[in-house]
Write a protein that binds this ligand. Structure first.
Ligand code: PGA
Length: 233
């Protein structure tokens, strides 16, 4: 596929190294003023390696893809907490943005976030993929026209992400997420998918047919996508 470049690696660790190399290239070529970040287990080694690197993000503005509704930024399972712990407290950025899942008016919060994105167009957006093909929290059925919005998480996503919540914590079942259209505005998309549980989603992508049932297939419509995976097809 001419718009998609795929790098196949042997391990997740190697994949993270490749990702950091790509980020470093963009940064050094002065093509990374606004950086879209993702959370999840896929990105953990990436942030570890970014922290260990000598890369300078002090002139870079960061936007995160999504956040749970109803848990505060200091909750260990919020994505604000994840980002602060893993990256921002160790690597200074110029500015960092994430949706406020505690906002009183969630619709207003979506408009605020989307306006910020319009004012700061994304240069590079990192993406993981859900087992069900979601990108950010855009679950199957999401419109390609969607901008930042409130979502109800699917059973599949709840089942996968509930592993991070302890028994006496209730996992949120709603979230705020950049929409498909918000993500597609980024000049460059860098997607990482490691492990067999991501095979079905990548297979759908490589099959080359766009379908809202597998949101990851919307990437077929973007002009600059890089995929890093340990899966062999
Ligand atoms: P994971 O999540 O990195 O924890 O696999 C990715 C996603 O759901 O987008």
């Amino acid at each position: 596929m001419k718009n998609i470049e795929t790098f196949t690696v042997d391990t997740k660790q190697q994949g993270a190294e490749k990702l950091v190399e790509l980020i470093s290239n963009e940064l050094k070529a002065n093509r990374l003023q606004v950086f879209g970040l993702a959370t999840g287990s896929t990105m953990e080694p990436v942030y570890d390696q970014l922290v260990a690197s000598d890369l300078d993000f002090s002139q870079v503005t960061a936007f995160n893809l999504d956040e749970y509704i109803g848990i505060p930024a200091d909750h260990p399972n919020s994505y604000a907490y994840y980002m602060n712990e893993r990256l921002f407290s160790k690597k200074p950025f110029k500015k960092t943005f994430i949706e406020n899942g505690m906002a009183e008016d969630l619709d207003e919060e979506c408009v605020r976030y989307e306006t910020l994105l319009k004012e700061n167009p994304l240069d590079v957006q990192l993406l993981g993929i859900g087992e069900n093909g979601h990108i950010a929290f855009n679950e199957p059925g999401t419109s390609p026209e969607s901008v930042t919005h409130v979502v109800e998480l699917t059973e599949s996503t709840i089942a996968v992400n509930s592993q991070y919540f302890t028994e006496d914590e209730t996992m949120p079942v709603t979230a705020l997420t950049m929409g498909i259209s918000s993500i597609m505005q980024a000049k460059k998309l860098v997607v990482a998918a490691f492990g067999e549980n991501k095979r079905a989603a990548l297979e759908k992508l490589f099959a080359g047919e766009v379908s809202a049932e597998w949101p990851v297939t919307f990437l077929l419509k973007h002009s600059d996508v890089t995929i890093i995976t340990d899966l062999k097809f």
